[in-house]
Design a protein around this ligand. Structure first.
Ligand SMILES: Nc1ncnc2c1ncn2[C@@H]1O[C@H](COP(=O)(O)OP(=O)(O)OP(=O)(O)O)[C@@H](O)[C@H]1O
Length: 588
């Protein structure tokens, strides 16, 4: 338990001084709580000697009232220093974890670890913030009250004091041994909580797919299994802690009985007066109350320790840019130099070298899975290359902190994520310092101002979680407005191909044209017009850069590019034909 106090104080960091002061106050309060017992001893001895006067009674009352008043003041001071501290500590830690998460390599965000992270932030820290301070107070108070009580008993009768001290040491020692049994159980229980969080996240995130594939029953069963397993572990956990709790309480109940027996024995023997015996008997009941309360806390403390284990492990996860620097670039070309990369055992990129000159447009083309997105991922350091180097403006991206690197880059993905916030704020994320005029100007350039204004709440419209209330094309244009507002010199673009109607496609193209003006652009290209107008085309095949050049050069060579070009051409003519057919049909 003392180790737990140490860990909590470490977690408290700059708040630890405030917490220690609060516990000194709590200790003083414990001291004052002993005042009534001396008053009772005084009164009893006076009564038994038949020398009690009204003045004694008044004096006793005044002393007890004063002690009570001081205790109330001390408790108030204690609560002022202690209350809210746990919430402040946990809020600070959550923010810190959030900050570190941005700097974890993407390889850390595997299925399962996301559940673990959510569980640490929500379950573990929540449990600590709700129970941590109370547990610390009870532990410190329990130990101190017991120590003070034993000293007081020694002052009253050293034999009884020594006896209760030995019993207390025995009780606390056996409790610390018994607590060990719950250590594994509490870890399993917290790990199970993380699994449950993972299952819930997966179920809720994938609900549309689950419904469309009619997998509701199967996935609901997975979730139900996780819930039932959590329940079973919780019950097992409670059962594990029942015997030590009962044992501990019984130990101190027996200790009370033995101390009373001893006190009576000394009375019969004639070595203690009746007044002292009565006080000893009353006091011994009172003495063990705080320490008995510790028994009920052991389960909670074990769970908090398991939570602290998981929290500390998460905090120890190395951040990607710990040795990097905050750098400002003065030119913005991109260089890949003999890059080899693999996500796992299988090689994804092999010996890839190319350069994207500043303020030029490079199109990346290739079959699905050839490594185009991976190239974009390496530029922004979502992953780090294993061999070779990626440079921006002549500086290896590994030398730059994530923040300074991303300051120079805007990314527009096919899959757009909008925050559960107003459209205004979603655009503003691109540049938190932007004025309202700048935000509207960016929205106009991204061709989304008109549709935003047609919404009842305009820019104040709250978009649903992950932008669920807007169409795919509208979300795309908002994300482009965000990138225009950011005005980064490098643009990484994954052109949208699916789920966009011709009107939207037209607007998106206009928005992209605004975005890429005067920028260094690397685009994962799906549109023939983009590919044709690119200053350079990089053709990827199975992780290798197999062709490089302008459209006119590549189309004249035998190779993948020519094949891909004709395939896309055919796909477009099919698309136009089907549109034309639809148009014709609508006239009929
Ligand atoms: N996070 C990941 N973990 C493991 N393997 C991955 C990961 N992301 C991509 N891959 C694998 O790396 C290879 C290249 O993927 P990448 O997404 O770069 O291809 P792409 O050319 O962009 O494909 P597409 O055009 O379909 O988006 C694929 O075999 C893919 O399965």
């Amino acid at each position: 338990m003392l180790k737990f106090i140490g860990r909590m104080l470490t977690l408290s960091g700059s708040f630890s001084g405030r917490i220690k002061r609060a516990f000194v106050i709590s200790f003083l309060e414990s001291l004052f709580s002993n005042v009534p017992i001396f008053v009772v001893l005084y009164l009893l001895s006076k009564m038994l000697e038949q020398t009690l006067t009204a003045t004694d009674a008044w004096l006793s009352f005044i002393v007890m009232a004063a002690a009570l008043f001081i205790r109330i003041l001390l408790r108030r001071l204690f609560l002022t220093w202690q209350s809210g501290t746990a919430y402040e500590i946990c809020a600070r830690e959550r923010i810190e974890i959030g900050d570190r998460l941005k700097r974890f390599p993407m390889s850390h965000f595997k299925e399962g670890s996301i559940g673990n992270i959510s569980s640490v932030i929500s379950n573990d820290l929540l449990f600590i913030e709700e129970h941590g301070m109370n547990a610390m107070d009870k532990v410190i108070n329990g130990y101190l009250s017991l120590a003070i009580g034993c000293i007081i008993l020694m002052v009253l009768d050293w034999r009884i004091g020594l006896f209760t001290l030995l019993l207390s040491i025995g009780g606390l020692f056996s409790l610390s041994k018994l607590q060990g049994v719950g250590r594994i159980q509490s870890r399993i229980r917290q790990a199970q909580q993380a699994k449950l969080t993972s299952s819930v996240l997966e179920y809720v995130r994938g609900i549309a797919i689950i419904k469309s594939l009619n997998m509701t029953a199967r996935k609901a069963k997975t979730l139900k299994d996780a819930i039932q397993s959590t329940r079973d572990h919780a019950i097992q956990f409670e059962e594990t802690f029942s015997p030590p709790t009962i044992y501990f309480k019984t130990w101190f109940s027996v200790a009370i009985a033995l101390t009373i027996f001893l006190a009576s024995w000394f009375y019969l023997e004639g070595s203690n007066p009746l007044s002292l015996v009565l006080v000893l008997v009353i006091y011994v009941f009172y003495l063990f109350i705080p320490v008995q309360a510790l028994a009920a806390l052991t389960g909670h403390i074990r769970l908090m320790e398991a939570g602290l284990d998981r929290y500390e492990k998460l905090k120890e996860t190395p951040i990607q840019d710990a040795d990097s620097q905050q750098l400002k670039l003065d030119h913005y070309d991109i260089t890949f130099n003999k890059v080899h990369f693999s996500y796992d055992e299988q090689t994804t990129l092999r010996d890839v070298s190319f350069q994207v000159p500043e303020r030029s447009k490079t199109a990346l083309v290739g079959m699905s899975g050839s490594g185009k997105t991976t190239i974009a991922n390496l530029i922004v350091r979502f992953w780090d290359v294993q061999e070779g180097e990626v440079k921006i403006g002549g500086v290896n991206v590994k030398k730059m902190t994530n923040e300074s690197l991303l300051h120079h880059i805007s990314m527009v993905f096919q899959k757009v994520y909008l925050f559960q916030d107003t459209i205004y704020n979603n655009i503003k994320f691109g540049n938190p310092a932007a004025t309202k005029e700048e935000i509207i100007r960016a929205a106009r350039k991204a061709r989304c101002h008109d549709f935003i204004m047609s919404l009842e709440q305009g820019y104040d419209t709250i978009v649903g979680e992950a932008g669920a209330t807007l169409s795919g094309g509208e979300k795309q244009r908002i994300s482009i407005a965000r990138a225009i507002l950011k005005d980064a010199p490098i643009i990484l673009l994954d052109e949208a191909t699916a789920n966009v109607d011709p009107d939207n496609e037209h607007y998106i193209q206009q928005a992209i044209d605004e975005l890429v003006k005067q920028k260094t652009v690397l685009v994962i290209a799906h549109r023939l017009s983009t590919i044709k107008s690119a200053d350079q085309i990089l053709v990827m095949d199975h992780g290798k850069l197999v062709q490089k050049g302008k459209h006119d050069e590549l189309i004249g060579q035998e190779g993948i590019y020519k094949e891909l070009w004709h395939r896309r051409l055919n796909a477009r003519s099919w698309k136009i034909t089907s549109r034309e057919v639809n148009e014709k049909l609508s006239y009929l």
